[in-house]
Design a protein around this ligand. Structure first.
Ligand code: PA5
Length: 500
């Protein structure tokens, strides 16, 4: 290409705020997550607005649910095991174990060009969310030494979260000719999506790397049982353990997430510190000072008042990834017995030109939660244009940056949507920092646990997820499912099809 046509990013437009290197311990905390629920109350043009008195009335009930959690009580068992390990596990991880995770991650990272995190649901979303929240949008395209400040991490890919042959093969194309390492994560060890892609990858790795393949595969699974545990034993893979008492979607701060995140050069110690700081706030503060209790109570009241959809909107493409994790955490935990809010993660302002119309003016069944990033990594200035044909010179003349506009768009949306009948709340995340993300994870895990108890069911199981698996296995002719397969086929064949 003609060199003259290459885009040069010349100084003046962008001021990069220095990110703290992942491997250096912070000596100060970057700030607390804040929750603002002002716009939850007395929403105009809302058929049934929520008042502060409603909140006062629900407070004792919400507090009671938190107390139950703290006493390890309530409807929290899966196959007899109370699934509350996530509340204390991150704090109980021994320093030696964290060192073992970091050492294993470092030694794998040194050997490879690309790392594949293989899993679905809780064995996938939290890891991807934390990674994408804290790294460059186009991380894999950067030269390795620029990918993190600690010597560079390998390219990062995620697989096993769907059965799309094009997506899988396109990802394999990216891995061609590279030295790769894999972390296969499955608590049950039998999840089809993960197992099928692992079989494909394992096959390719064994053909390419021979006996070395086993040293490049790390399995995270049940301590004793399951197909993956057995395979790992036979092949001699290094393994990490999914704790018995932690469900998938609550597991990012266990071996499930910590190993992969360490390979990605994320400061896992500070992630845990963020969780711990928020846990203290939640377990010690009274109702009106307690972010998880207020968040859970506001959502519960909104649901009771007919808000069946929660739009979780962010002003940051990075933080939007956390909304994607929440899209799993909340519906998988709340969607039981005909109840639960649908969660719609949205990147604003992009979605303000799409579902924004519905939020402002559609059916008044929406609650809106803003995940507001307070300080972006960069400041982006708007240049003065000599002709000012677009009439935007007033912005740089008033020292307004893209950051300011981004912020004002969020404030404008919160104001307009409130007036339009949408109760909303804002969670402010001070910066794209691992300590902040640890706080957010903790707040959401407590909130959804309280919410499940308030709704009157067990938020730690997901029996509904089994139905599609059963039908898929039956249709695929899995041994043991023959009778069910016949039944489904007969039923499907018997239906009059309407196809045009
Ligand atoms: O939250 C959950 O429990 C689920 O989303 C699981 O994590 C998901 O189904 C993956 O299960 P597994 O780790 O057993 O492969």
């Amino acid at each position: 290409m003609d060199k003259g046509l290459q885009l040069e990013i010349i100084g003046g437009n962008r001021t990069t705020r220095k990110r703290t290197p992942a491997c250096i311990l912070r000596i100060h905390s970057p700030g607390e997550i804040k929750l603002d629920i002002t716009n939850i109350f007395d929403t105009p043009n809302c058929p049934s607005p929520i008042s502060k008195d409603d909140m006062e009335r629900i407070a004792p009930k919400a507090v009671e649910q938190l107390e139950k959690l703290k006493r390890s009580e309530g409807n929290c068992r899966d196959k007899g095991i109370p699934m509350l390990g996530w509340m204390n596990h991150p704090l109980d991880i021994k320093r030696e174990h964290l060192d073992e995770i970091r050492n294993a991650a470092g030694s794998l990272s040194d050997k490879i060009d690309a790392f594949v995190s293989l899993g679905i649901g809780g064995s996938y979303l939290g890891i991807e969310a934390v990674f994408k929240t804290l790294t460059h949008t186009y991380q894999n395209q950067l030269p390795r030494e620029e990918r993190s400040k600690c010597g560079g991490c390998p390219e990062i890919y995620f697989l096993g979260q769907n059965l799309d042959p094009d997506y899988i093969l396109d990802t394999l194309d990216m891995l061609r000719g590279k030295r790769i390492g894999v972390n296969v994560i499955s608590k049950s060890g039998t999840t089809t999506e993960t197992a099928v892609v692992f079989r494909i990858l394992r096959n390719l790795m064994e053909k390419s790397f021979g006996g070395d393949a086993s040293r490049l595969i790390i399995a995270t699974t049940d301590e004793k049982k399951g197909a993956l545990r057995k395979l790992a034993g036979e092949k001699g893979y290094k393994t990490f353990v999914v704790p018995d008492n932690i469900g998938g979607r609550f597991s990012v701060l266990s071996d499930v997430g910590l190993f992969g995140l360490a390979v990605m050069d994320i400061d896992i110690g500070n992630l845990i510190s963020g969780f711990t700081a928020m846990k203290r706030r939640i377990e010690e503060k009274e109702f009106w000072q307690n972010p998880a209790l207020l968040h859970a109570a506001a959502r519960y009241l909104a649901y009771q008042r007919g808000k069946k959809i929660e739009v979780i909107a962010s002003n940051s493409a990075a933080i939007y990834q956390i909304a994607r994790w929440m899209e799993q955490l909340f519906p998988e935990s709340e969607g039981h017995h005909g109840k639960g809010m649908w969660v719609s993660p949205s990147m604003y302002t992009e979605k303000l030109h799409a579902n924004g119309q519905m939020v402002q003016d559609g059916e008044r069944n929406i609650l809106e939660t803003f995940l507001l990033l307070e300080k972006h990594d960069n400041v982006l200035n708007i240049p003065i244009a000599p002709d000012d044909l677009d009439g935007l010179n007033f912005l740089p003349k008033a020292d307004k940056t893209v950051n300011d506009l981004n912020r004002l768009a969020m404030e404008g949306a919160a104001y307009a949507h409130y007036l339009g009948g949408v109760p909303n709340m804002t969670i402010t995340i001070p910066e794209r920092d691992v300590f902040c993300i640890g706080q957010l994870i903790c707040m959401m895990e407590y909130s959804v646990a309280i919410s499940g108890y308030l709704l009157g069911h067990n938020p730690f199981i997901q029996p509904g997820v089994e139905a599609y698996k059963k039908a898929m296995f039956a249709l695929a002719g899995k041994p043991g499912y023959e009778e069910e397969g016949e039944k489904i086929k007969k039923e499907l064949d018997g239906r009059e099809r309407i196809v045009v």
